[in-house]
Write a protein that binds this ligand. Sequence first.
Ligand SMILES: [Mg+2]
Length: 158
Amino acid sequence: MRSKSFVELAAELQGERALVVLDVDGTLVADGEDVMSEAVYAALCALARSTDVYVCSNKRREGRVLRLVAGTGAHALETRYRKPNPRVLASVEQTGKRVVVIGDKYLTDGLLAVCIRGAFYRVRTVRQVPESWTVTLALAVDAVFGRIAYDIARLVIR
Ligand SMILES: [Mg+2]
């Protein structure tokens, strides 16, 4: 089954009362990039108008997420923790809303969703051409082992 892009998914989620935790690399931009496409930017603005969106990256680059989401209405989730540690959400006030994690990786975004008992929407990875072999390898590992870990975690954590 072909997974949806962030733009397609954001259109579907619009109007839902949810707290959205949103991944950066592979979801909004290709790995390591700093600028979203116009379509992604517009989709993020529209989603952030109707839901609380917290954008969270596991990369440590000072101020990057803040710059990326500027003007979109989404919040930059600055935390010293890394997904899938549920503490990434420690500073977020959760008001009983359904929590939705959107991302492209099972091992980070998917497992986070399981840990906080939220929903996981896996998006089709935004990729660049050419791509570094480390990125290609990480995606392949996640597609196989990440998926297995995610499925097991779902069985164990309910
Ligand atoms: Mg990602």
